[in-house]
Ligand binder design. Structure first.
Ligand code: PEP
Ligand code: MG
Length: 889
């Protein structure tokens, strides 16, 4: 096998083999950009090493060969005593894992070559500084010495010299530090710092391989759902030095602003420094634009290279570079990470620049990014006092008083205060506090931790894993970087979209993107802003591309109207149960308590006009578009008082000798209707069959509403949907009654009425017998909430706060199957039902109305499964439109 590639042998498409860094170094080399020569050891070599416990046998010879070529190219030998070649050894996997694995610089220095380097560079201080860096990095990374021992030794010398700046140290001081560091290595690793340059190289490569399985890399991969067995590549690159004096330096840059997408030069530069100084934030960097004064020639060349890279990659790139004595070197590039806003803006800019087309622009934004842009934001212009950055676990902007336990959160929230619940990590006992809080902040745990999963489920803003925070729950305080303290009651602001945490209260503003969708902000208006214009443009393109229609789950005229503004093409699910609450509860009680058909009929007659007006409202808001009304689904006892409460009330009244007859009857009914497993009890179509007149009343209300509006010239398109059907016989029974009622109302009103009658497919049996069910159904709508519940046997009401966080942490699934469709299991039932349903009835209309209808990955699945529409909550409609467009290109 070929385990080593010279940069000239690779290209950017070889990320799997060469890692992102190696592939892009190769690409830049072949573009003729100034990249220091080097070679990359493949991820395959790493995989062999990790599986077999040792490097593949051919590796050493292949490294020899490439090292020889590198030495020839540079005219120097690795670690040569007179004029040493030094190399950096850099990790780089196919997927970006920033800072998770190791890199060692200055490999090749030893007690002799440091002298040679000093002579050649004519800079003794520089040579000793480079050597101490090598011992420190090698000691930590390869030999596992705790970094604090090096820091202590360093500080001791600085103290002796009476300074706290590295720059005040001279060559002799750095030489003393080298001696101290070597002693640290010997003491804490049990071996001496290796003097043989090749041994240094081999040990470092192995350490980089090993760093693939460091605990933080493993945690990161789990969170980001990166497969655990890919391995990392290792790039060996000839060193260039940014710490060779004032005409040297190092920097990072973006080809446009990764925060806003604005065009321009964004980056930081640090003179007389090596790369790790910039990243570590040890010294204050300069804005990159100041390089123009310091070194106009390098600056000009850098701008030219950035333009070349953007044109070549057709995207925003980020780069790392070093200037060695006025000569510019490119050390890294990749397509740069960016905020959600920048993703939209940059994509449209690139279209305008002719680098990509609109399809490609659509590919480059995601529904997740659009969702982020729809939450309220922290005011971009407000002054902010940043505390730290954690993981962006659940989007939104939240401010409130810091509290450190759930009881306090609940108490303060009950008193009307806004609170942020701060915990080291949360557990199921924190649920009440999480519900009460505006936001949740934890110092431990990743995006699949309990806090993250539960907060996302509740739609509560959450930042997790803010590791720089020391949370002391007993003392009710947290300590941040630099010793900043926050005690109970202090205001905090957290941004769940970016992971940022701020001290104090940052003002929150409505998202202009929502104003745009609401129709209150015209994208063509002068002051609409570049972001809104970009969102409008990409949404318009998505709409022109998508095959899936998007409908809304909405139960009120108000929700329906908003959904329509957001682009809904109808209602896919009106859950009629909400119409049975409030004042109407009493009527429902009468239906339940009725002892004769007449009594029940009378109660239903009173409900009828109320339901009719509900439907008139809904049909009016959705004029000209289909409205799917689902007949009552939940068991009737959900509308009755709680068993325990009612028992107590009855007992107390009896004790007093004043029994309330109505309560006594109610209690008997509650007992009679009580179910241990109401989810699998008397609900849905079963209710329609068992409670005479109930579904009939609902259908009559629909028909009357439709007749009245049609008479007034309103275009009404009702679709009547029967829930929880498992067998065609159930559907047949209800469909016959439904059609009879419609025919009857049509006759009475003399308005021709037609309504589609269809069913939900939300039980495995319904999916498995879809071919039969389609004989009685004009449409199917997949109820993926119940279908997931019944396929997995997971209680949808209990799992999220319970064992799911453990399942996610253990990687049993990457995401909750209630959030994103389980394509293998539940999805297979969906595909089967689509195929067999259409075989029976080719014009069968197919939709989905479970929560998955607004989930990006699920939308792609439903597109591929051949459905006609997805239906989701109004706020997620733009996301579904965008993803349906992306699925179609
Ligand atoms: C479903 O089960 O997916 C569904 C849409 O119905 P509900 O959530 O009301 O049970
Ligand atoms: Mg359901």
């Amino acid at each position: 096998s070929k385990y080593v590639y010279a940069f000239a042998e690779g290209n950017r498409d070889m990320k799997d083999l060469l890692g992102g860094k190696g592939a892009n170094l190769a690409e830049m080399t072949n573009l003729g950009l100034p990249v220091p020569p080097g070679f990359t050891i493949t991820t395959e070599a790493c995989r062999v090493y990790l599986t077999d416990g040792h490097e593949p046998a051919e590796l050493a010879a292949q490294v020899d060969e490439h090292l020889a070529a590198l030495q020839d190219a540079m005219g120097k030998r690795l670690g040569d005593a007179d004029d040493p070649l030094l190399v950096s050894v850099r990790s780089g996997a196919a997927a970006s894992m920033p800072g998770m694995m190791e890199t060692v610089l200055n490999v090749g220095l030893n007690d002799e070559s440091v002298q040679g380097l000093a002579r050649v560079a004519d800079d003794e201080r520089f040579a000793w500084d480079s050597y101490r860096r090598l011992i420190q990095m090698f000691g930590k990374t390869v030999l596992g010495v705790d970094g604090r021992h090096f820091d202590a030794a360093f500080d001791a010398v600085k103290q002796q010299r009476g300074t706290d700046s590295d720059l005040d140290l001279d060559a002799a001081d750095l030489r003393a530090i080298v001696d101290a560091f070597k002693a640290v290595v010997t003491e804490h690793s049990g071996r001496q710092f290796p003097q043989d340059p090749r041994e240094q190289l081999d040990l470092t490569v192995r350490a980089v391989f090993d760093s693939w399985n460091s605990p933080r890399a493993i945690t990161y991969r789990r969170q980001e759902q990166i497969p655990p067995d890919l391995g990392t590549a290792v790039s060996v690159v000839a060193m260039v030095f940014g710490n060779l004096g004032p005409d040297s330096g190092t920097g990072v840059a973006f080809t446009r602003d990764p925060a806003s997408g604005a065009q321009g030069i964004y980056g930081d530069y640090l003179a007389n420094a090596q790369g790790e100084d910039v990243v570590a934030g040890i010294r204050n960097t300069l804005p990159l634009t100041e390089l123009e004064q310091l070194d106009p020639e390098s600056y000009r060349q850098l701008l030219e290279i950035m333009a070349t890279l953007e044109r070549h990659y057709r995207d925003l790139c980020d780069i790392e570079f070093t200037i060695e004595r006025g000569r510019l070197w490119m050390l890294q590039t990749r397509v740069g990470k960016r905020t959600a806003a920048a993703a939209f803006v940059v994509a449209c800019q690139l279209v305008d620049e002719g680098l990509i087309d609109l399809d490609e622009a659509l590919r480059r934004v995601t529904g997740g990014q659009l969702a982020q842009l729809m939450f309220p934001w922290f005011d971009a212009d407000a002054a902010k006092d940043p505390l730290t950055v954690g993981m962006n676990a659940s989007p939104g902007a939240a401010t409130g008083a810091a509290v450190f336990d759930s009881a306090t959160a609940v108490a303060r929230a009950a008193a009307g205060e806004r609170v942020i619940l701060v915990r080291r990590e949360t557990n199921p006992d924190d649920l009440h506090g999480m519900i009460a809080a505006q936001g949740v902040l934890t110092s431990r745990g990743g995006r699949t931790s309990h806090a993250a999963v539960v907060a996302r489920g509740m739609g509560t803003t959450c930042v997790c894993g803010a590791e720089a925070l020391e949370v002391d729950e007993t003392a009710r305080r947290l300590t941040g970087p630099g010793g900043v303290e926050v005690v109970e009651g202090d205001m905090l602001s957290i941004d769940g979209s970016t992971g940022e945490v701020f001290l104090g209260e940052v003002p929150v503003v409505d998202s202009p993107v929502v104003e745009y969708f609401e129709g209150t902000l015209d994208p063509a208006a002068e002051d609409a802003g570049e972001l809104v214009r970009a969102v409008h443009r990409i949404m318009t393109h998505a709409d022109s591309r998508r095959r899936l229609a998007v409908r809304a789950n909405a139960d009120t005229g108000e929700d329906a109207a908003r959904a329509r503004r957001f682009g809904a093409q109808g209602i896919g699910l009106c859950r009629t149960e909400h119409m049975f609450l409030g004042d109407r509860r009493e009527l429902v009680e009468r239906v339940v308590l009725a002892e004769t058909d007449d009594e029940r009929g009378a109660a239903l007659d009173e409900l009828l006009p109320l339901q009719r007006s509900d439907f008139i409202e809904l049909f009016t808001a959705m004029e000209g578009l289909p409205v799917t009304i689902r007949l009552l689904d939940p068991p009737l006892h959900e509308f009755l008082p709680d068993l325990t409460e009612l028992s107590v009330r009855v007992a107390v009244a009896e004790e007093r000798g004043e029994p309330d007859e109505k309560d006594v009857a109610l209690l008997a009914a509650v007992r009679r209707l009580h179910e241990d497993n109401p989810m699998f009890g008397l609900r849905g179509v079963r209710l329609g069959i068992v409670v005479p007149g109930l579904f009939g009343m609902q259908v009559r209300a629909i028909a009357q509403a439709a007749a009245q509006l049609r008479r007034d010239g309103v275009d009404v398109q009702p679709e009547i949907m029967i829930p929880l059907v498992g067998a065609v016989q159930e559907l047949q029974t209800v469909a016959e009654e439904t059609n009879a009622v419609i025919a009857d109302e049509s006759r009475r009103s003399e308005v021709p009425l037609d309504a589609l009658v269809g069913t939900m497919i939300e039980l495995p049996r319904a999916a498995l017998t879809a071919g039969q069910i389609a004989e009685s159904a004009q449409f199917f709508s997949f109820g993926t909430n119940d279908l997931t519940q019944t396929t997995w046997g997971f209680s949808r009401d209990d799992v999220e706060g319970s064992f799911f966080s453990r399942y996610l942490e253990r990687g049993i699934f990457g995401v909750s199957p209630f959030e994103s469709i389980d394509t293998d299991g539940v999805g297979r039932l969906v595909r089967l039902a689509v195929e067999e349903g259409r075989a029976t009835r080719p014009d069968l209309k197919l939709g989905i109305c479970g929560e998955h209808g607004g989930d990006p990955d699920s939308v792609h699945f439903f597109h591929a499964a051949g459905l006609d529409y997805v239906s989701c909550s109004p706020f997620r409609i733009p996301v579904a439109r965008l993803e349906a467009g992306r699925a179609a290109i």
